[in-house]
Write a protein that binds this ligand. Structure first.
Ligand SMILES: Cc1cc2nc3c(=O)[nH]c(=O)nc-3n(C[C@H](O)[C@H](O)[C@H](O)COP(=O)(O)OP(=O)(O)OC[C@H]3O[C@@H](n4cnc5c(N)ncnc54)[C@H](O)[C@@H]3O)c2cc1C
Length: 466
């Protein structure tokens, strides 16, 4: 490979208190929380909209609740605060199903929360603008300016050119860990998941899809909720296609096509996921380009199968695809603490926890015991070796099985509120680093922000058992 040397360049600089990179699932809530905490906040997003994988990849937002059904315990909404405020607002706008129970597979989730991805993008952006967050869309965070162990600024590129976005506290919410990597943080690239391009499919009938799977005895999960203005409609369906017939099962498996779908509209499947396992980590640009092509090829083949197999889908069409591949993880950034599977399954709580969470994506094989919750410690979001950088979302938690809990959307949203609240407090108090923040101050601010602590342990532990 040849190299060139870039000449030194004088570029314009803007100054903020809190700089959030990545306006995805977690970043939106980080920026909103930081602005609400009184910090002058900027949010840098490479695409032309906000929402990230919550609007590109998934099926339902997992999960605001503990796993109450299999353990026959009280149903508790354990994630609240800004994420729940947003869901209520999205619901009012007709952009989600609200919270509904899943049926037939209670050991897995319990809550079916389906979103309209386009409404999500708009309502989230509206919420950020109202909060006074400066949202830099179509702007890449490409590098950092460092002063010792501190980040002084992010170098951002847009059609307008290159500029420095200076700040006091930084939050890496890029999913890929781009800011952490550029800042010299240690990271690994486990490459332990397939990458995905999910498509929205029009010209289909979810009632007929449900009946088809049910009548053949391969339906294993569905959810009821509002759809196109009527209540108690089918809004989520999942089934075992591989049991329909071996050849079809093989074709679907070879395409990495998932049978689960959700919707809140008639004649539309909001997500059909197509998976592809790359040979290398998705941070590899050239391999990613090949994967983008392969997934679009698979989407066309999957559409043919849908047309031929699902009753009423003969004229189905691809109505939407993700603008680029979605990942379940790329870099895993080293932070001060790395929560383990054992702690998650046993419902551990900590003296510095920032929210409670009760969902694991591998249920029923792995569940948080007794329908309990665990707490996410503040330390898990502090990038090792850097004084003023948080990492949030899918890029924390190294163990694959533990990550299968912390990476879920609602957990990422809650990390957003926690990191944004902490960042604003650090600025307000003029602290030298994010490790200097007294936990009690953060706890009080999170409580004020309506964050739910499922175990009252933290406050008491810090104050010596008062
Ligand atoms: C296909 C798929 C299906 C899933 N299904 C579910 C599900 O059903 N339920 C569930 O709860 N979870 C699901 N998950 C997991 C969950 O959606 C993700 O783990 C979570 O959304 C990740 O959030 P995040 O904030 O870390 O990243 P993201 O939501 O990806 O946000 C990162 C943002 O940063 C931006 N960005 C990246 N690099 C830069 C840069 N250098 N400069 C500026 N901006 C940048 C991106 O454009 C993006 O907007 C799924 C994941 C995938 C991939």
């Amino acid at each position: 490979m040849d190299f060139v040397t870039r000449p030194e360049q004088k570029i314009p600089a803007r100054e903020y208190d809190v700089v959030v990179a990545g306006a995805g699932t977690g970043g939106v809530f980080a920026a909103r929380a930081a602005a609400r905490g009184g910090a002058k906040t900027v949010l840098i997003e490479r695409k032309g909209y906000v929402g990230g994988i919550a609007v590109e990849g998934g099926c339902g937002l997992h999960s605001f609740f503990n796993l109450w059904k299999p353990f026959n315990v009280e149903k508790r909404m354990v994630v609240r605060g800004i994420p729940e405020e947003f869901i209520q607002r999205l619901y009012q706008a007709g952009g989600c199903s609200g919270h509904n129970d899943t049926i037939m597979r209670p050991e897995y989730d319990g809550d079916t929360l389906c979103v309209d991805v386009e409404q999500y993008k708009f309502v989230a952006l509206e919420m950020l603008r109202e909060a006074g967050v400066q949202v830099l869309l179509n702007t890449w965070a490409v590098d950092v300016v460092k002063e010792g162990q501190r980040i002084a600024g992010i170098i951002a590129e847009s059609h307008q050119g290159c500029e420095a976005v200076l700040g006091k506290v930084f939050i890496d919410a890029t999913g890929y860990g781009d800011v952490s990597a550029r800042a010299g943080a240690k990271y690994s690239e486990p490459n332990d998941y397939p990458v995905v391009n999910s498509m929205g499919v029009g010209g289909v009938d979810i009632d007929r899809y449900y009946a088809f799977l049910r009548d053949r005895g391969v339906l294993f999960e569905y959810g009821l909720g509002p759809r196109s203005g009527r209540t108690s409609q089918i809004i989520r369906v999942d089934g075992a296609w591989e049991k329909l017939d071996p050849a079809l099962g093989k074709a679907v498996k070879d395409l990495g096509m998932s049978a689960v779908t959700t919707t809140i509209h008639d004649n539309y499947f909001m997500f059909i996921k197509i998976n592809f396992k790359m040979a290398v980590s998705p941070s590899n640009r050239d391999a990613l380009a090949d994967a983008e092509f392969e997934l679009r090829r698979r989407q066309r083949a999957a559409l043919d199968i849908i047309r031929q197999t699902i009753p009423g889908a003969a004229n189905a069409f691809i109505a939407r695809t993700a603008p680029s591949i979605t990942i379940r993880r790329a870099r895993c950034v080293e932070c001060d603490y790395d929560i383990s599977l054992d702690e998650i399954l046993n419902g551990a709580h900590y003296p510095d926890e920032v929210f409670s969470y009760g969902f694991h994506d591998s249920a029923p094989r792995l569940q948080i015991k007794g329908g309990k919750t665990y707490g996410l410690p503040y330390r898990t979001m502090l990038v090792k070796g850097l004084d003023n950088l948080f990492a949030i979302g899918m890029m924390i938690t190294s163990d694959h099985e533990a990550h299968m809990s912390t990476r879920n959307t609602v957990s990422c949203m809650a990390m957003g509120q926690a990191s944004g609240t902490a960042a604003a407090l650090c600025v307000k108090q003029g602290l030298g680093g994010i490790r200097d923040l007294p936990y009690v101050k953060l706890y009080d601010a999170l409580k004020l922000g309506n964050v739910w602590f499922d175990a009252e342990l933290p406050y008491k532990a810090v104050l010596g058992g008062i």
